[in-house]
Design a protein around this ligand. Structure first.
Ligand code: ADP
Ligand code: MG
Ligand code: MG
Length: 873
């Protein structure tokens, strides 16, 4: 079996489609090598080896060792150098890389192959002793850290001490003598921490490093990252062993990272940072301040030209914005990595539109792969009102690392952020800089503020990926973890104080600023037009107020899939009438109370229908258990008794009677409408009178009346008749009629099972997947929080079924009911109106079942539109 795939010299055994096996890095190195880009050669050990390693007590599968040696031999031949040679050694990097990118989560070792003898060989051969020892000290540090688990800080401290002794500030100012000294001190750190001498055998070094990368796959921080980002189903990480190229040989060398377009706003410009005479992680490590890529043009014009050429080639080849690592060795450019760059929502949409304009990709292609549903979600993020902020309120300016406004209480560490978030607090995580250990806290925070680090720092990259507001490298402020505060010299902010940050402008403001709704640009509309041209499943919204309906319509909703009527009973006057209705002893009392509710309901429907003019509106009849409308505080009960002029004791008795043991399974939904048909009558009348009223004004209204919680076709028939009866009355009185539909929610498992029978009577189905999930699992929605988290940690559930539709179980019911329903009624309209209507994977599932529409909250509408289009492609 093949475990090792070589690349280099203009060809490769792998390609970009092999990410699962070779990881993103390995697959792209192979691809780049095949298309003739300047890639240092090497080979990739497949992720299968990692899986085997982690499952079999750190052993390798049969045959890997031999293939590894072959790989090394091939590499030696290509490079004309020998691994482990003491005169002119071949050095390699050992790099991790899984199928899904996990920035900074796993580890890399550079300059592997050096030892006390070959460092001298390298020095002689390159005539650059400083360089050779610089490589060696880096290698000891990285090997010690990655392989032996020595805290990187221990090396840093030794380095800092030496710099202090020598009175220099930068690593680059250390001379040969000092670097040799540093190597000795590093070896001492290594010896002290591990009890071993630093290993001198390159082959042993190589094996240790490879195993360390395999092991890092199951490190705590890697696991946390995968959990938060829902990365599942991967074999493990691949390992890339690659010939070193050196950005640290002198002033004609450099290393850097760049994006082919601006990842914050999408502008078509080279965007990135570099350092002269540096290696690998120096750019992101924040040791020296990296320089803007534009300056490379002046420093090394030829290499800059070449880099631009490479980035264009890569964009054309991948048809996507690329995130690239490069190194310049004595004027020669090498590409070390490329991947599709993470970007903000604004940037994603702009890049998609620009790339189509530039002819780089088709509209379809752009919709399919250049914008993710989550990107649109980001566009809907709130912003700080610009005019609301005066310059002197700003206590710090940093880099605009990830756009969006965030307001919260300051916390200084990640555990605290998670803890406060768990209590429902909004927090801003404030750190000098973040590291992969902080991802839990970063995820819990509303926004992130760091005082150190660039646009490609850990905080910036992670925040952009999540669409979380972030201000990075805000060096106006000094953070003191000990006193739990930060200050800009004038203003001091303590833990627990409110701050507001604007990640698009990079500003920090003391206090709690109001946030405002985002507005969409032209690119957004262009892009969404393409989405809608492709898409054929409709997207509706769940809305029960005219403002929500209007907003959703702006977001592209094609109707209302669920207008809940219960919220309409909560106004000051209405709740009185409602309560009166509920505690009525007789039908006539009840009717009297309902009569006073009718005008309110009718006006509500007029407003909603008007906002959705020309589009279908599904109104659900009263659903929750009645006692939800009754007061529970003593004072309220007393005043209600007064109001209704009944003895307090009677009212209390009535309330007690209404209490249920399992209200969710109790007297609710159509059970109310059947026991008290006058409720259904009043609601139907309000709906249809509103429709007639608008029709008389020349407006098109398409009402769909939905009966909730149906479990038997008899229930439905009963309610259907009530509605039809009222409709006939209303139309006769008005001398005008409107078309209306009567259908049902499918939210009780029994209804799904007898869907064919129900469909004989019902004109449409709408899956209420919240209740359907609740009843299929038997998990109370309101109590499941107590155990769902543990279920997911234990792997008993993969996702929260209330967020992501359980395709296997609940989905089977949806599928069966759709099929049965359509068998009984060919043109049955079927939609879904649960929380899942806005979740991209659930939208895809609904599309594949042939549903006519999904319905979701207004803010999810653009997301659902894109998800529906992508489901089709
Ligand atoms: P990460 O996934 O954390 O980015 P990488 O494997 O990409 O880790 O490597 C970290 C750094 O080391 C990068 O800046 C990369 O460019 C550099 N690097 C990796 N391999 C080599 C090599 N063979 N020659 C020179 N630099 C390298
Ligand atoms: Mg790394
Ligand atoms: Mg990298």
């Amino acid at each position: 079996k093949k475990y090792v795939y070589t690349f280099g010299g203009g060809s490769a055994e792998g390609d970009k489609s092999m990410k699962d096996l070779l990881g993103g890095k390995g697959a792209n190195l192979a691809e780049m090598s095949s298309i003739g880009l300047p890639i240092p050669p090497g080979f990739t050990l497949s992720a299968e080896v990692c899986k085997f390693y982690n499952e079999n007590d750190e052993a390798w599968p049969e045959g890997v060792e031999a293939q590894l040696q072959e790989g090394v031999a091939k590499l030696e031949k290509l490079m004309g150098l020998k691994f482990g040679d003491s005169e002119d050694p071949l050095l390699v990097s050992v790099r991790s890389g899984a199928a899904k990118s996990m920035p900074g989560m796993m580890d890399t070792v550079l300059n592997l192959g050096l030892n006390d003898r070959s460092v001298q060989g390298l020095a002689n051969k390159t005539d650059n002793t400083r360089f050779a020892f610089d490589c060696y000290r880096r290698f000891i540090d990285m090997f010690g850290n990655v392989v032996m688990g020595i805290d990187h800080e221990e090396f840093e401290e030794v380095l800092q001490k030496l710099k202090d002794e020598e009175g220099v500030e930068l690593d680059t100012e250390l001379g040969v003598k000092e670097l040799k000294e540093l190597v000795d001190r590093y070896k001492a750190v290594y010896r002290k921490s591990t009890g071993y001498m630093f290993p001198q055998d390159p082959n042993e070094q190589l094996h240790h490093a490879i195993n360390a990368v395999f092991g890092s796959w199951s490190s705590k921080r890697a696991k946390t990252y995968r959990k938060i980002n829902r990365i599942t189903g991967l074999l493990g990480t691949a390992v890339n062993v690659q010939a070193m190229v050196y950005g640290n040989m002198g002033e004609d060398c450099a290393t850097g990272v760049c994006f082919t377009r601006n990842p914050a706003d999408g502008t078509n410009e080279l965007y990135g940072e570099f350092l002269v005479n540096a290696q690998g992680e120096d750019v992101v490590a924040g040791i020296r301040t990296p320089r803007n890529i534009d300056e490379l043009k002046d420093d090394m014009p030829k290499s800059y030209e070449e880099l631009v050429e490479m980035t264009e080639k890569l964009e054309q080849h991948y048809q996507d914005m690329q995130d690239i690592e490069f190194t310049i060795q004595q004027g020669e450019l090498f590409i070390l990595q490329t991947r599709n760059g993470k970007r903000t929502g604004v940037a994603a949409v702009k890049i998609a539109v620009d790339m189509v304009d530039e002819g780089l990709i088709s509209q379809k292609g752009a919709v399919q792969k250049l914008v993710e549903p989550g990107h649109l979600d980001q566009l809907l993020h709130p912003q700080l009102n610009q005019s609301d902020i005066s310059e002197d309120e700003i206590i710090g300016k940093g880099l605009p690392a990830s756009p969006g406004a965030a307001v919260g209480k300051v916390v200084f560490n990640s555990d605290k952020a998670e803890e406060e978030h768990g209590k429902g607090e909004a927090v801003i995580l404030v750190r000098i800089e973040t590291s992969p250990e902080d991802v839990g806290g970063m995820s819990a925070a509303e926004g992130i503020l760091t005082s150190r680090g660039g646009m490609t720092s850990h905080a910036a990259v992670v925040a952009r990926g999540w669409g979380k507001p972030c201000v990075a490298g805000c060096d106006d402020i000094v953070i003191n973890y000990e006193s739990q505060s930060f200050t800009n010299g004038e203003v001091t902010v303590k833990a627990g104080d409110w701050i507001s940050i604007d990640g698009a402008r990079g500003i920090v403001i003391k206090g709690k600023k109001p946030v405002e709704e985002p507005s969409f640009g032209e690119n957004y509309h262009t892009f969404m037009n393409w989405v809608d041209e492709i898409r054929d499943m409709a997207v509706r919204t769940n809305a029960d107020a005219p403002e929500d309906a209007k907003r959703a319509r702006e977001f592209g909703a094609q109707g209302i899939g669920l207008a809940r009527t219960e919220h309409m009973f909560f106004g000051e006057e209405r709740i009185k009438a409602m309560r009166k209705m509920i505690i009525s002893e007789t039908e006539s009392e009840r009717r009297e109370a309902l009569v006073s509710l009718l005008p309110y309901q009718k006006q509500d429907f007029i407003d909603i229908f008007d906002a959705m003019e020309g589009l279908p509106v599904t109104v659900r009849l009263l659903d929750p258990p009645l006692h939800e409308f009754l007061p529970d505080e003593e004072e309220e009960i007393e005043s209600l008794a007064k109001e209704l002029k009944i003895p307090l004791r009677d009212l209390k008795r009535k309330i007690r009677l209404l209490k249920e043991f399992n209200p969710m399974l109790g007297h609710r939904g159509c059970r109310l409408g059947i026991t008290y048909p006058e409720i259904t009558e009043m609601q139907s009348r309000a709906i249809l009178e509103a429709a007639v009223h608008l029709k008389k004004q020349g407006k098109t209204v398409l009402p769909e009346i939905m009966i909730p919680l149906v479990g038997t076709s008899e229930e439905f028939i009963h309610q259907h008749e009530v509605v039809d009866h009222v409709a006939a009355e209303v139309f006769k009185e008005a001398g005008e009629s409107v078309e209306y539909k009567v259908g049902t929610m499918i939210e009780i498992p029994r209804a799904a099972i007898v869907a064919d029978k129900i469909a004989e009577e019902a004109e449409f189905f709408s899956f209420g997947t919240n209740d359907l999930t609740q009843m299929t699992y038997g998990y109370s929605r309101d109590d499941a929080g107590k155990f769902l988290e543990i279920y997911m940690q234990e792997g008993i559930l993969k996702d929260d079924p209330f967020q992501i539709l359980d395709e296997e179980g609940v989905g089977s019911l949806v599928k069966m009911a759709t099929e049965k329903g359509r068998k009984a009624r060919k043109d049955l309209k079927v939609g879904i109106c649960g929380e899942h209507g806005g979740d991209p994977s659930s939208v895809r599932f609904c599309y594949n079942l042939g549903l006519n529409y999904v319905s979701c909250s207004p803010y999810r509408v653009p997301v659902a539109r894109l998800a529906a289009a992508q489901a089709k492609l």
